[in-house]
Design a protein around this ligand. Structure first.
Ligand code: NAD
Length: 337
C-alpha cells in the first residue's frame, strides 16, 4: 500500500515515518498542502493523509478520484475541510476522533490564564528591562463562571480544569450529556452569565459565526473569549468591534477564520496583507497562536497510531472504525465513535 502525505512537517515525519515503515506502508511525504493543483501528486497512492488546512473540497476530491485515491485519512479530529457530497461513493474518509483531549483543554486553560493575567506581555516587558506592572490587572478565576460551549471530549476536560480553579460552570451543547454534572443552559443565557467563554464545538453550517455581533452584545463587559476549536465559529469583524469597544476584555485564539493562508508557515520575511489579522496581532489584549493546541508528544503519538491503524484496516479490508460516513443531503453519521 502507498500513501501520499500532504503538508508534511518535520514533526509529522518524526512520528509517522517509523510507524508506517513498521506497518510496511510506502509513503511519499509532500510539503505542499492538498489542493486541486497538488492532488495529482497522489497518483499511484491508494490513500492520502491530510491535516486541518488541506483542501479536500469538491474539486480536489474529483482530482483525487481521477488519480486513483480511495481513502482520505485526516490526521486530526475536525473534518470541516472535506466535501462529503463530493466524496460519497468515491473516496472514503477516516479521521482521528480523539487523540488527546487533555492536550487541547490544557492549552485552552493556558490561553485563559495568559489572556487574563497578560503573561506574554509581562514576559516581553521584563526581558526588555521594564519592570512596571501597569496594564496587567486581571481578575481571580476562583468564583467566576466559565461558559463552555460544546461539552464533548475536550469541553469535559476543560470543565474539570476550571473546577480545579474553583470556577462555576455554565454549559451549552446542542446535544447535552445527561451524565455530565454541569448546569446546561441556552447559549444566550451562557453568554449573559460567563466571565470566560471557551469554544469546544465543531465548525458546521449551524455553528459558523455563532459568536457574532448579537452574541457579543449579550456578553458581560470585559468577558474573555477563548477559541481552540475552529476560527469560523467567531465572526472576526464582530470580534474586532467587541475588542475596540472594550466589551471584550481579551481574546485567546489558537485558531483564526482565515488561518489557511498563514498558519504553520514561517512568514516572518513576508508582508501580511490580511487587515483583520493585522488588527488582531496589534491588540495588546489578544493572544494568537498558530493552531497548536493539539501539539504534545502524547497527542502526536496517538494521532500517528490511530491513522496508521486506519490505513492498515483499509489495506486489509477490515471495518474502518474511524470512518466518517456521509449521505448526500443528509446528516453526517459517525461509525464507531
Ligand atoms: P467532540 O465531538 O467530542 O465534542 C464536540 C461537542 O460539540 C459535542 O458534545 C457535540 O454535541 C457538540 N456540538 C455539536 N454541534 C453543536 C452545536 N451546533 N452547538 C453546540 N454544541 C455542538 O469533539 P472534541 O474532541 O471535544 O473537539 C471539539 C473541537 O475541537 C473539534 O471539532 C475541533 O474543531 C477542535 N479541535 C481543535 C484542536 C486544536 O489543535 N486547536 C485539536 C483538536 C480538536
Amino acid at each position: 500500500m502507498k500513501v501520499t502525505f500532504f503538508d508534511a512537517k518535520p514533526y509529522d515525519r518524526l512520528y509517522f515515518e517509523p510507524m508506517l515503515a513498521d506497518a510496511g506502508i510506502d509513503v511519499k511525504f509532500c510539503e505542499y498542502r492538498l489542493s486541486p493543483e497538488t492532488a495529482a501528486l497522489a497518483a499511484g497512492s491508494e490513500a492520502v493523509c491530510i491535516f486541518v488546512n488541506d483542501d479536500a473540497g469538491a474539486e480536489t476530491i474529483d482530482a483525487l478520484a481521477r488519480a486513483g485515491v480511495k481513502l482520505i485519512a485526516l490526521r486530526c479530529s475536525g473534518y470541516n475541510n472535506v466535501d462529503f457530497d463530493a466524496a460519497e461513493g468515491r473516496v472514503r474518509v477516516v479521521r482521528v476522533p480523539a487523540y488527546s483531549p487533555a492536550a487541547v483543554a490544557e492549552y485552552a486553560a493556558g490561553l485563559m490564564l495568559a489572556t487574563n493575567r497578560k503573561i506574554p506581555r509581562a514576559y516581553a516587558r521584563v526581558r526588555s528591562g521594564n519592570f512596571s506592572i501597569n496594564g496587567f490587572l486581571g481578575f481571580d478565576l476562583e468564583g467566576r463562571t466559565a461558559g463552555v460551549v460544546g461539552t464533548g471530549r475536550i469541553g469535559k476536560k476543560f470543565i474539570t480544569i476550571c473546577r480545579g480553579f474553583g470556577m462555576k460552570i455554565a454549559a451549552y451543547d446542542a446535544y447535552p450529556d445527561p451524565s455530565l454534572d454541569a448546569e446546561y443552559m441556552p447559549l444566550e443565557e451562557l453568554e449573559r452569565r460567563a466571565d470566560v467563554i471557551s469554544l469546544h464545538c465543531p465548525l458546521t453550517d449551524e455553528t459558523r459565526h455563532m459568536i457574532n455581533t448579537a452574541a457579543i452584545e449579550r456578553m458581560k463587559d470585559g468577558v474573555i473569549l477563548i477559541n481552540t476549536s475552529r476560527g469560523g465559529l467567531i465572526d472576526t469583524t464582530a470580534l474586532l468591534d467587541g475588542l475596540k469597544s472594550k466589551k471584550i476584555g481579551g481574546a485567546g485564539l489558537d485558531v483564526y477564520e482565515e488561518e489557511e493562508a498563514y498558519f504553520y508557515e514561517d512568514l516572518s520575511n513576508e508582508v501580511i496583507t490580511d487587515e483583520e489579522l493585522l488588527q488582531l496581532l496589534a491588540m495588546p489584549n489578544v493572544i494568537l497562536s498558530s493552531h497548536q493546541a493539539f501539539f504534545t508528544e502524547d497527542a502526536m503519538r496517538a494521532i500517528a497510531e490511530t491513522t496508521v491503524g486506519s490505513l492498515l484496516a483499509f489495506r486489509d479490508g477490515r471495518e474502518l472504525e474511524n470512518e466518517l460516513r456521509f449521505e448526500r443531503g443528509g446528516e453526517l453519521a459517525f461509525a464507531g465513535n
